[in-house]
Design a protein around this ligand. Structure first.
Ligand SMILES: [Zn+2]
Length: 112
């Protein structure tokens, strides 16, 4: 019979402050979300970026190239629910996310 491990040997993993777990969902959830974006905002096959934040913005993205942009950003508590997402291309995602991060960092540095 195997001896039970004593309480002292059971360690809990060290957690960082942030986690991405279960927010974006599984790969199946994400594929279904992208398909919904293409069907809802596009013609079922292609969809255009709605952010239009960069000169190299992508048009005619497919289910496999579109990404979901949260209208209320995750940093402000926004979820990936239908109604809070819109189709976006990776260059615009990077740009708007970077601008949000920079504005938050600036606000933190100016806080009393
Ligand atoms: Zn774009």
């Amino acid at each position: 019979m195997m001896p039970m491990p004593s309480r002292a040997t059971v360690t809990t993993p060290v957690r960082r402050g942030t986690s991405n777990r279960n927010i974006r969902g599984s790969s199946k959830d994400r594929a279904a979300r992208r398909l919904w974006l293409v069907n809802t905002f596009g013609d079922g096959e292609f969809v255009d970026c709605q952010l239009r934040a960069t000169p190299d913005c992508w048009v005619a993205m497919t289910q496999w190239t579109v990404s979901a942009d949260r209208i209320v950003p995750g940093a402000l508590g926004g979820s990936y629910r239908r109604g809070n997402i819109r189709p976006a291309c990776p260059p615009c995602q990077c740009r708007t996310g970077g601008l949000l991060g920079a504005s938050q960092a600036k606000a933190r540095s100016q806080a009393p």
